[in-house]
Design a protein around this ligand. Structure first.
Ligand SMILES: [Zn+2]
Length: 635
């Protein structure tokens, strides 16, 4: 990044100053001493934030919030520490649906402030006059019951059915629906919090727990937290519920509802080894503890890499540890994403492509090359179907995606993940693994705790991996990979021998070999997934019944295997699987599973009726992230 001189910075600030807020409060007393100013490292413009961080920037957030499960609100204060450039007079924050109850400086003197016009995607800017004598801005506020980041579950929506539950999901631009701050991934902030919850519940956050058991407080129990590493605000996260804990290793453990916590602890027994493997590849784990919170079934994602505390779906609890690549993924974000962070949402592939690549390296280190190559091939199949779905005449398959005027969630497709990781694997093959590993490790060290843009990464890679060799850079088709559609010709093709044998068995079945005579000895989850995926799109009821009788797919407790099977069942209108389909759609809320199943159902008349009936019952169970997608499908 080019650094602006202070003079230039001041000139550009004057040029882009906005009108003064219109709401006046009481006059501010004359300053005793002036608030300090700082030379701010210039940040890239983020089209998904109102913040003007080159003028004034939030560096620390201190929350004091009370939960109200009946009203579905958080109420309290956010005290922001602000760094400012010389001449800065105001700070612009992001908010969405927040009720602002008052704004003062650190000493309680009111500050002039105004909320600007709202936008359905971005929310509304909150412009606050900066205090003249201190660097603190205190905002008293209340969240809206339909805050996009917060899901308030009724007891019926939890595993235990006794207590309500709250969890947050900040990525991409939802933190502004529960915290008034500068909600841009480039603006890193440390945070602390005090959260008051009903006495029988526990609060956890993506931070160090200062009071693991809570302390008595008016209205219940209070929990205090602190995170000293500066993070992008989308990683500030909270969950409140009936939550138990089991240790996994010296620096790792699992949180979940009491009825789930023991099976979760058995499933994640390899976590400590995963951390060791990642550290030996990419350098020290810099966040202290690594814990996993298993959420109630309505959590819309596989996992969310909140620092120190990965949030995970219970659908990975297969009972046989076969779906733990998701944990490898979230752990990998401790380097790619949380340590070195996409500067804007157009750079999202830097978070997810790197993480998908590293996830696979961790899986290889723990479980061997066979498993890693099978996972790569599943990834590649998904990528090809995603590219086919979008077509290569749109910008949707470009890594550095244009998201201006759009909700950044629309850019969170498999392209960022799987095309991104294929790009890095191509680089690994081109320069050799040893050199690529050395480069990646140095990349994380050089950019630790900083945002990074796509062009910064490409310049860094050209200089430090390719030794500035322009011809080599061009020959690797880097610009096509990053700024072009589709998959370039030098994309590596993963070829798993074990999958080749699986495909042979699928062909044998189609030719008439009875399922009992297929050779499935020693197959793991990924082989079963691939077997089902290799079968014809639609099959006869006889074929479906024969397979089901032999392999009991309809009864599978493995969410990935069941999901693959249910897609075949819908395509073949295989009635015996319909109760299992209904159960799967009404007992978990993971968008990755829900969207394709509802899409499949909507392709036929009979399916549309089933989809509408199930969705009418299931919709209240789902998270807004999932219903936002499914509302477009089930009509
Ligand atoms: Zn990820």
């Amino acid at each position: 990044m080019k650094k602006l001189s202070l003079t230039l910075l001041a000139a550009s600030l004057a040029a882009c100053a906005t009108p003064q807020p219109q709401v006046a409060t009481t006059p501010v007393p004359a300053p005793a001493t002036a608030a300090p100013t700082t030379a701010l490292v210039p940040l890239e413009r983020d089209v998904h934030s109102y913040a003007r961080p080159n003028e004034a920037r939030v560096t620390h957030v201190a929350l004091d919030l009370a939960t109200d499960f009946a009203a579905k609100t958080l109420t309290g204060t956010a005290t922001l520490t602000v760094a400012r450039a010389p001449n800065a007079r105001e700070i612009v924050l992001d908010t969405k649906g927040l009720e602002i109850l008052g704004v003062t400086d650190g000493g309680g003197a009111p500050l002039r402030h105004a909320t600007g016009a709202g936008d359905p995607i971005l929310g509304a800017p909150l412009t606050v006059q900066l205090p003249t004598t201190s660097d603190r801005v205190v905002i008293r506020y209340r969240t809206s019951p339909d805050a996009g980041a917060l899901q308030w579950l009724t007891p019926a929506q939890t595993a235990g059915k006794q207590h309500p539950y709250l969890f947050s999901q900040g990525q991409a631009i939802l933190t502004r629906t529960w915290i008034p701050t500068q909600d841009s991934p480039g603006i890193r902030q440390t945070y602390e919090a005090r959260v008051t919850v009903p006495a029988e519940l526990r609060a956890v956050m993506s931070a160090e727990q200062l009071t693991p058991d809570g302390e008595p407080a008016a209205g219940g129990r209070a929990f205090r937290f602190r995170l000293d590493q500066a993070i992008p605000p989308y990683l500030i996260a909270i969950a409140v519920g009936d939550i138990a804990f089991r240790p996994l290793g010296p620096r790792s453990g699992v949180y979940a509802e009491p009825s789930v916590v023991d099976s979760a602890a058995r499933e994640f027994v390899d976590v400590e080894r995963m951390i060791d493997a990642a550290e030996s590849l990419y350098g020290p784990y810099r966040w202290g503890r690594y814990d996993i919170l298993v959420l109630p079934p309505s959590f819309p994602f596989g996992g969310m890499e909140n620092p120190r505390l990965t949030f995970a779906t219970p659908t990975i609890l297969a009972g046989d540890r076969s779906l733990v690549s998701l944990i490898a993924h979230e752990l990998a974000h401790s380097w790619s994403g949380n340590l070195v962070t996409n500067a804007t949402w157009s750079d999202f592939w830097l978070n997810e492509g790197f993480t998908t690549y590293i996830e696979n390296r961790i899986m290889e280190a723990l479980y061997g090359r066979d498993i890693a190559v099978m996972l790569q091939q599943l990834e590649r199949t998904e990528l090809e179907s995603e590219i086919a779905g979008f077509g290569t005449d749109t910008g949707e398959t470009v890594l550095h995606i244009d998201l201006a005027g759009r909700d950044p969630d629309e850019g969170m497709t498999n392209i960022a993940y799987d095309k991104g990781s294929a790009f890095l694997r191509m680089l690994e093959h081109a320069v050799g693994r040893e050199r690529f590993d050395t480069y990646l490790r140095s990349y994380f060290d050089r950019h630790a705790f900083q945002p990074i843009t796509t062009s910064q990464f490409l310049a860094d890679m050209k200089a430090n991996l390719l030794g500035g060799d322009e011809a080599r850079y061009a020959a690797l088709q880097v610009n096509r990979w990053v700024f072009g559609a589709g998959l370039p010709s030098n994309a590596p093709v993963p070829a798993s021998d074990r999958f080749a044998r699986v495909e042979a068995q699928a062909r044998a079945f189609v030719r008439g070999t009875p399922p009992a005579r297929l050779d499935t000895t020693g197959w793991v989850t990924q082989e079963w997934q691939h077997f089902i995926g290799s079968l014809p799109d639609t099959m006869t009821l006889r074929q479906m019944g024969d397979l089901d009788q032999q392999f009991r797919f309809t009864q599978s407790g493995n969410s990935e295997v069941l999901f693959a099977w249910l897609r075949k069942a819908i395509a073949s209108r295989y009635a015996p699987a319909m109760p299992a389909l209904e159960r799967f759609l009404t007992t978990q809320g993971r968008r990755k599973f829900l969207v394709p199943l509802y899409q499949d159902l909507m392709k036929a008349d009979w399916g549309r009726q089933v989809a509408r009936r199930i969705y009418a019952t299931a919709r209240p169970l789902y998270h807004p992230v999932s219903t936002g997608s499914i509302d477009q499908i089930v009509k």
